[in-house]
Design a protein around this ligand. Structure first.
Ligand code: PMV
Length: 330
C-alpha cells in the first residue's frame, strides 16, 4: 500500500534575524524573528510512504541526498512519526519513505533553501499520511527540521515567536502577501553551497561577545519591524532591518570559529544600496547565511533599483520576488 502527497513552500527572507538557539536540539530560538515569504521561489516535495519500498529514498534536485542530509531528515521523520503515534493520529506503520524534492533556486547559498525544504516536507508528510493538522502544528514540526522553516508555513509576512517553551515557539502570519507589494531583488553573487551551514553556526553563536546584546535588544527591533509592516512604513522597515542584519553578521564574524559569509561584492552592494536610499530610492539590503544580497524595495522603486544593480560588477544574476503565500498541498 502506498500513500503520497506533494507540497509547495516558499523560502523566506528575514527582516529580523534568527541566529542562535537557547536549546539546539529543539531548535528553540534565542530571539523571535520576522520574515516575508518569497512567491517566485519555491521547493516542491513529493513524499510517498509505501510498505513495498525496500529502502528509504531521499532525492534533492535529482541527486541522492548526501549522508548528513539523509541522517538529518531521517532523524526528524522518526521523531515526527513517534509524535503521530503518541497523538493516535497514526495507527499503522507507514512503511519506508521516498522523498523527492526540487528547488527552483540555488540550494544552500543563503536563499533559505532549508526553510522552504522543511516547510514543504512537513506538509507533504502530513498530507501523505492523510493527517490534517493546524498551522501551528505544521510550523512546530517545520521548526524542528530547520528553525526558519517554521516561518515558511504561514502566509505572507510572518513572525516566529520566541515563545516560552518548545510548544509555543511557532510562526504566525502578521499580514497576507497581498498586504504590501514589496519586491525582493536577490543579487546572486555565488550559487555555491556554503561551507558552514547555519545549523552549526547557531550552535556557536553564544561564543560571540555581541550575541548577548543582540538577543537582549531583539524584542525592541521586533516591535518596530512588526509595526512598520502593519503600517507599510518603508523607512522604518529599512532602518530596523539593515541594522538587525548588520548585528547578526557582526555576531557571525566574531563567533568561534568566525563565519564570514560576505564576499567583496557583498559589501559593494550594501554600500551602493545605502547610497541609493539616501538619494531617495526605497531600498535596503539584507543578507542571510551566504554572500547573496536581498535588496528589498517598494514596487515603485524596484525598476530603478534593478537597473542600478545590473550595472554593478560581480553580480551573476538577479532574482526577483514579491511576497509569497503559505505552504500548500498540490
Ligand atoms: O533555519 P536555519 O537554521 O537555516 O537558520 C537561518 C538563519 C538565517 O537565515 C541566517 C536568518 C533567518 O532568520 O532566516
Amino acid at each position: 500500500m502506498s500513500k503520497t502527497a506533494t507540497a509547495i513552500a516558499h523560502p523566506n527572507i528575514a527582516f529580523i534575524k534568527y541566529w542562535g538557539n537557547r536549546d539546539d536540539a529543539l531548535r528553540l530560538p534565542a530571539n523571535g524573528s520576522i520574515s516575508m515569504n518569497l512567491e517566485s521561489l519555491y521547493t516542491r516535495t513529493t513524499v510517498t510512504f509505501s510498505t513495498d519500498l525496500r529502502n528509504n529514498v531521499i532525492k534533492i534536485n535529482g541527486k541522492k541526498a548526501d549522508n548528513a542530509t539523509e541522517f538529518r531528515i531521517k532523524d526528524w521523520l522518526d521523531d515526527l512519526i513517534c509524535y503521530l503515534y503518541h497523538k493516535k493520529w497514526l495507527k499503522d506503520a507507514p512503511g519506508n519513505v521516498e522523498i523527492i524534492s526540487e528547488n527552483s533556486f540555488p540550494t544552500g547559498a543563503g536563499i533559505a533553501s532549508s526553510a522552504s525544504a522543511f516547510a514543504a516536507l512537513t506538509l507533504a508528510v502530513f498530507g501523505a499520511l492523510g493527517i490534517e493538522a493546524d498551522e501551528n502544528v505544521l510550523s512546530y514540526w517545520a521548526r524542528h527540521g530547520s528553525g526558519s522553516a517554521c516561518r515558511s508555513i504561514p502566509e505572507g509576512f510572518c513572525e516566529w515567536a520566541r515563545g516560552s517553551s518548545n510548544e509555543d515557539s511557532t510562526a504566525y502570519s502578521l499580514a497576507p502577501a497581498s498586504h504590501w507589494d514589496l519586491v525582493d531583488l536577490i543579487a546572486v553573487i555565488s550559487g555555491k553551497h556554503k561551507k558552514v551551514g547555519s545549523s552549526k553556526g547557531h550552535w556557536s553563536a553564544d561564543t560571540s561577545p555581541f550575541q548577548e546584546q543582540r538577543v537582549r535588544t531583539a524584542p525592541e527591533r521586533i516591535a518596530v519591524c512588526r509595526q512598520a509592516i502593519l503600517e507599510k512604513d518603508f523607512s522604518a522597515l529599512a532602518e530596523v532591518s539593515e541594522k538587525d542584519m548588520l548585528m547578526m553578521h557582526s555576531v557571525m564574524m566574531t563567533q568561534e570559529p568566525p563565519l564570514f559569509y560576505w564576499e567583496p561584492v557583498t559589501i559593494r552592494v550594501i554600500k551602493a544600496v545605502r547610497e541609493w536610499r539616501e538619494e531617495g530610492l526605497d531600498c535596503f539590503a539584507t543578507i542571510d547565511a551566504g554572500p547573496n544580497v536581498h535588496v528589498i524595495c517598494t514596487s515603485e522603486s524596484a525598476p530603478a533599483v534593478r537597473e542600478r544593480l545590473e550595472k554593478l560588477k560581480g553580480i551573476r544574476e538577479i532574482l526577483s520576488s514579491g511576497p509569497g503565500g503559505k505552504a500548500h498541498l498540490v
